[in-house]
Write a protein that binds this ligand. Structure first.
Ligand SMILES: [Zn+2]
Length: 569
């Protein structure tokens, strides 16, 4: 009998060991233990462990429960109480453009006109081979009236043509050589939807171009190669993964940009789930552009991480350039209330057509008239087509007429907010409030009111316009102050939103907008293992420290795509 038991044991023990070592099919590829796991599920519950197999979460629960799935090849991370949460989705970014900007003359760090001119002078000197000097990131408040001059740029660049996008990409600053190449003279009329700034005395173009006038010079810029786009993606993606972002909506996905994402996916290098918003052009025939958009969408329909099923519509411009469309005139310009890029009947028709074709529509709307016109168009589309499930969204939403707040919910339109903009910086105090007056200044970026009206929120950076780091933006949404500011009053404090709502906008809200909420955006069994590990618990730290939180690890489909140099397992 004893012999029999020993025999049985000698057979069973190696069998069990072998099962655990080689591929007991229950074994996890990755187990996180002893963490504070913020699942971001509908009930916003917390757990302490996760187990991942084949890129998917198959267990969420206790550490002892997860430990049972340990096999010989399982990677186990004991996180000693660190916070784990779904990775971020940035629902409005220009990732490749931002990445390319980092390879050109970037002015983002410059605080005043002197620093800007010094940076350009140095860049021009260090890049003597470039036919054009190109860069971006100058901040409008650095120049009187947001209006830098060609002659100032000439001093820094010499005789080579130069083109610099402003930080918000709604203005360009060019030098005299660029004006000359583009044949822009005092006799050149403003193009539709644009403005050439001019010297008040001579009427000559002074060097700053707004909106569609930028194109007068931009079309002379040398074309960028596929390699430039690929390098831009690599740079932008590395930064995104570092900030815990694994999903994005690219808010202006040109054919070149879509091609760059597709090429990266085919090469196994795309570490983001991307929804590309193809840009519609006000000066083109709508049926012709819809045909081209359908073709582009079709050509990428086999890819898993890239989807080109969204169309971007710029309903208006920005307040600081008087190009946002307002219901009432600008306070500093009599009778002027800004223009819509697409007059309302055309917008309604275009939106209905795109909606019927199964596109998602992503509208840029800043002024309250642009917001209302977009909502009207969505309402008409719903009447015409029924609920198509397009999950349309409106981004920016600087001014919303109070009467329109509840329409987001009733029309099923997501509000895609840029939380970082909800701080009282120079753009607000110098270039916004004087233009809209005291009454409207009380209702700028009314995120709290959107929440109170049960709008579905998504969130995005609009990078490179502002910080790509979601934790910077989340802190601003929660505090209505600049990141790290401990003094001063919050700006329009009733419009703050709570941390959980903001995290939800940056995770499941974005997944919803990208039509991937069944796959990502929360940590639940069956979903992709898209998550991050943070060095402090966002719910424990004081709100002014949220921006100082570091992402330690970023996972996409169970693959580690970023590791903080300070993190050791
Ligand atoms: Zn944008």
């Amino acid at each position: 009998m004893l012999f029999f038991i020993l025999l049985l044991a000698s057979v069973l023990i190696p069998l069990q060991a072998a099962a655990a070592e080689t591929g007991n099919e229950n074994a996890a590829d990755l187990i996180l233990l002893n963490a504070r796991v913020y699942t971001g599920n509908a009930a916003r519950t917390w757990e302490e462990a996760l187990a991942v197999r084949d890129g998917k979460i198959f267990f969420v629960g206790t550490s002892s429960g997860a430990a049972k799935f340990k096999g010989e090849k399982s990677k186990v991370l004991d996180l000693a109480g660190k916070m784990v949460m779904p990775s971020f989705c940035d629902s409005h970014t220009h990732l490749i453009d931002g990445g390319i900007d980092l390879t050109e003359c970037s002015l983002l760090e410059c605080k005043n006109s002197k620093q800007i001119l010094e940076t350009i002078t140095k860049y021009a000197r260090e890049h003597p081979q470039l036919p054009w000097i190109r860069g971006s990131g100058w901040s409008l408040p650095c120049f009187p009236g947001g209006n830098p001059t060609a002659s100032a740029l000439d001093v820094a660049t010499g005789d080579r043509p130069a083109y610099f996008d402003s930080q918000d990409y709604h203005s360009a600053w060019v030098n005299n050589r660029a004006l000359q190449i583009s044949s822009i003279t005092k006799d050149t009329d403003d193009p539709k939807g644009g403005h050439i700034e001019r010297d008040r005395k001579s009427g000559k173009p002074s060097g700053t171009l707004r909106e569609s006038a930028m194109e007068l010079v931009a079309r002379h810029l040398p074309a960028r190669s596929a390699q430039v786009y690929a390098d831009g993606l690599e740079k932008g993606q590395a930064l995104a993964n570092q900030f815990g972002i694994t999903s994005i909506q690219d808010a202006m996905a040109t054919p070149e940009i879509l091609a760059a994402y597709a090429a990266a996916e085919k090469a196994g290098k795309l570490k983001l789930k991307v929804r590309g918003a193809q840009k519609s052009e006000p000066d083109q025939d709508d049926e012709k552009q819809i045909a081209e958009m359908l073709e582009l969408r079709r050509s990428y329909s086999q890819l898993k991480r890239l989807n080109a099923g969204t169309v971007k519509i710029f309903a208006d411009g920005v307040i600081e350039a008087h190009t946002a469309a307002l219901l009432e005139p600008y306070s500093d310009r009599k009778g002027e209330s800004g223009e819509l890029n697409f007059e309302s009947a055309r917008l309604e028709k275009l939106v209905s057509r795109l909606d019927k074709e199964g596109f998602q529509i992503h509208v840029h709307a800043i002024g309250d008239k642009a917001v209302r016109t977009a909502l009207d168009a969505f309402e008409k589309a719903r009447l015409a087509n029924g609920a198509t499930g397009g999950r349309h969204h409106i981004a920016h939403l600087e001014l919303i007429d109070p009467a329109d707040l509840k329409r987001f919910r009733t029309l099923g339109v997501t509000a895609t907010i840029q939380p970082f903009w909800a701080q009282k910086d120079d753009y607000i105090s110098q270039l916004t409030e004087p233009l809209i007056g005291p009454v409207r200044s009380e209702r700028v970026y009314t995120f709290g009111s959107l929440c109170n009206n049960a709008a579905v929120l998504a969130a995005g950076s609009d990078w490179p316009v502002s910080s790509l780091n979601p934790l910077d933006a989340i802190e601003v949404a929660v505090t209505r102050k600049a990141p790290g500011a401990t003094d001063g009053k919050p700006w329009l404090p009733e419009e703050r939103i709570d941390l959980a709502s903001c995290l939800s906008a940056y995770t499941i809200g974005g997944a919803y907008v990208n039509h991937r909420d069944g796959e990502t955006g929360s940590l639940e069994v069956g979903k992709a293992a898209d998550f991050i590990v943070l060095d402090q618990n966002l719910f424990d730290v004081s709100p002014d420290k949220i921006h100082a939180t570091n992402v330690l690890l970023t996972f996409l489909d169970g693959e580690e795509v970023f590791r903080h140099p300070g993190f050791k397992d």
